[in-house]
Design a binder for this molecule. Structure first.
Ligand code: PLP
Length: 361
């Protein structure tokens, strides 16, 4: 068996021990004679799985008791509607910072339900930086303030959170969840699709402060109301059982094998440094993001020559570095180096890039 190094932005690599464990338990989950894919979501076994998954998520992310954890479907894209439907409930207004396609889509969707104030945008330079925020441009009466924490396509991340005072901060953490510790208490609501850094596709995580639940707009479909899922402990209807099970295995891996999120961050920093250091010294390749806003998870880079980019992507793919082509709006390449990408994957990629540079200089 030979596995490739998969630099996909999502769905992306899962830790090998997790895949092996899932394979071991595939036909017979802990002696119950069936797989997790087949069992009832009301069974004793699945009840154990979803409870363990939530307990682990709370422990690993250090989630305060006054926050609910919801396991939903519909992807993070559904949250672009659920957030305004549930939270635009006093002044029908929210502030958004536009740092890429995902933030833009979220703002566009929110504008269908209320007033959206664009506080800042980095679109002028193809989202290669996080805009400096000026508090005087924040709405005093916004129901919430929205950011996309890690910008998957452009490779930027907020190293500092906006100070929104009493206004709840909502963040899309789809592509940085579990990559390093975050202070959940600074947020009103966190949303994330699981398929970047936590589990296979199909699971959407919402972590929300309890007092923000229960005031959804009247038009909100039952399935889009956070209260529906909070009251039913994410078992109002059939949840994505298999994906929740794999998320539990990934959380066990982070807790027991990696040693928690502080350790995870150390590993991710070490990994990203190899690549960024190389890019900073390369004569052929260069990173597209300003240094101070660089993401640990997504690293876009270019040669400045479309044909050379295409040649690199082709040769890299042949050598087993797959899904390294950049997003069409940036061009070039993007290496997504999520938690499950081993250090040696990045090390080998850099060796390959060095060789390519020598051959094509
Ligand atoms: C992938 C991604 C999304 C979209 O997630 P879906 O689960 O596919 O809807 C939203 N936001 C960010 C930051 C992403 O990386």
């Amino acid at each position: 068996m030979s596995r490739v190094y998969n630099f996909s932005a999502g769905p992306s690599m899962l830790p090998e021990p997790v895949l092996k464990k899932a394979a071991d338990e595939m036909l017979d989950y802990q002696g119950c004679g069936q797989s997790v894919m087949e069992m009832s979501h009301r069974s004793k076994q699945f009840d154990g799985i979803i409870k363990d998954c939530e307990a682990l998520l709370r422990e690993v992310m250090n989630i305060p008791d006054n926050y609910k954890v919801l396991f939903l479907q519909g992807g993070c894209s559904s949250q672009f509607a659920m957030v305004p439907m549930n939270l635009m409930n006093k002044n029908n207004k929210a502030d958004y910072v536009i740092t890429g396609q995902w933030a833009k889509k979220a703002a566009k969707e929110a504008a269908r339900y209320g007033e959206v104030n664009i506080v800042a945008s980095s679109e002028d330079k193809t989202f290669t930086y996080i805009p400096k925020l000026d508090k005087s441009t924040f709405s005093k009466d916004a129901d919430y303030f929205y950011i996309c924490m890690n910008n998957t396509i452009y490779g930027t991340v907020y190293h500092e959170l906006p100070d929104t005072g009493d206004i709840p901060l909502v963040a899309d953490i789809s592509s940085c969840i579990m990559s390093e510790p975050i202070d959940v208490s600074k947020f009103g609501c966190l949303i994330a699709g699981a398929q970047k850094n936590l589990a296979p596709a199909g699971l959407t995580i919402v972590i929300i402060r309890e007092d923000l639940i229960g005031n959804a707009m009247d038009i909100t479909p039952t399935m889009f109301n956070y209260k529906t899922h909070a009251d039913a402990n994410s078992l109002f209807n059939t949840p994505p059982c298999w994906t929740i099970y794999v998320a539990k295995l990934v959380l066990e891996w982070i807790k027991n094998e990696v040693g928690g999120l502080d350790k995870m961050k150390e590993l991710n920093e070490k990994k990203a440094k190899v690549l960024y250091d190389f890019l900073d010294n390369s004569k052929l390749f260069k990173g597209t993001v300003v240094k101070e806003d660089r993401s640990l998870m997504n690293v876009p880079f270019v040669t400045g020559d479309k044909d050379m980019d295409a040649k690199f992507v082709e040769e890299a793919t042949k050598a087993g570095f797959v899904n390294i082509k950049g997003h069409r709006t940036v061009g070039g390449m993007r290496a997504s180096i999520y938690n499950a990408m081993p250090y040696e994957g990045v090390e080998k990629l850099v060796e390959f890039m060095k060789k390519f540079e020598e051959e094509n200089a």
